[in-house]
Write a protein of this length. Structure first.
Length: 254
């Protein structure tokens, strides 16, 4: 496989089980000029595991503006770069989104190297409706922003998928219950790892369970969409009769 120069490769890495790194991803990591990693320690450990030695540059939330310009400059000078996150697919609910956008704006080719995605992995084994779903990523740390985000989803009929950290899980479950009422949820944690777990329950059940159990690991939360019955739309004749009745009522008031 011959790699193109002047290219950003968005390389998906394992979310737990290192055997999930694809042969194509491995080849790209071996052949690029340098690797941009969310955490160079995590990225360095991954490369070392596979016997790869490559220059690493950090690219994360708090340095993405200046580091993004530096990465773009190197790519425009003829180098190739692999973008990796700590786990899973870069640029999905991840700072790499900004680098991919910057490359597109500057006319730099962005080439995806697909692999494991936590949200799809969790959904595929959840038993929840998967024909239509929406990915909502991480909720904001701000209480006001969290409430606004969840309020926008009231009435959402598709399966909803969220990411959440263990220390915020209890608060998030409480916010879900207050906003949506009780409904089905699947909590997936430690995906592809030794202690992988799927908990199929309800919001009230999850809240009760985690009163006594300390949440551990990163979570994918798969929440049932709104299943309340919708009112059937009125037919043309019904709309006509309604307007006629409203008109007559208005005339009688006069």
């Amino acid at each position: 496989m011959e790699l193109a120069k002047n290219t950003l490769y968005v390389v998906t890495t394992p979310i737990g089980n290192l055997s999930d790194l694809t042969p194509r991803a491995l080849e790209v990591l071996e052949k690029v000029d340098f690797v941009a990693a969310e955490d160079t320690r995590v990225g360095g450990s991954l490369l070392a595991h596979f016997g790869i030695k490559k220059p690493l540059v950090s690219y994360y939330e708090h340095n993405k503006r200046e580091r993004g310009e530096m990465i773009i400059a190197r790519i425009l000078e003829g180098e190739s770069c692999a973008l990796i996150s700590d786990a899973g697919t870069p640029a999905i609910s991840d700072p790499g989104e900004d680098l991919a956008k910057l490359c597109v704006e500057r006319g730099v080719k962005v080439s995806p190297i697909p692999g494991v995605s936590a949200l799809i992995t969790a959904l595929s084994a959840s038993g929840m409706p998967s024909g239509r779903f929406c990915f909502e990523g991480f909720l904001s740390m701000s209480k006001k922003s969290r409430r606004e985000h969840l309020s926008d989803l009231v009435g959402e009929r598709r399966t909803m998928i969220f990411y959440e950290a263990p220390h915020k899980l209890r608060a998030t479950l409480d916010d879900f219950y207050k906003t949506f009422g009780d409904r089905k949820i699947v909590l997936a944690r430690e995906l592809t790892k030794l202690h992988e777990e799927f908990i199929h329950t309800t919001l009230s059940g999850a809240i009760e369970y985690y009163k006594d159990v300390n949440p551990k690991g990163e979570f994918v939360l798969i929440l049932e969409g709104d299943t309340s019955p919708r009112e059937a739309p009125m037919s043309r004749n019904e709309r006509y009769r309604q307007k006629l009745a409203e008109k007559r009522a208005a005339e009688e008031e006069e």
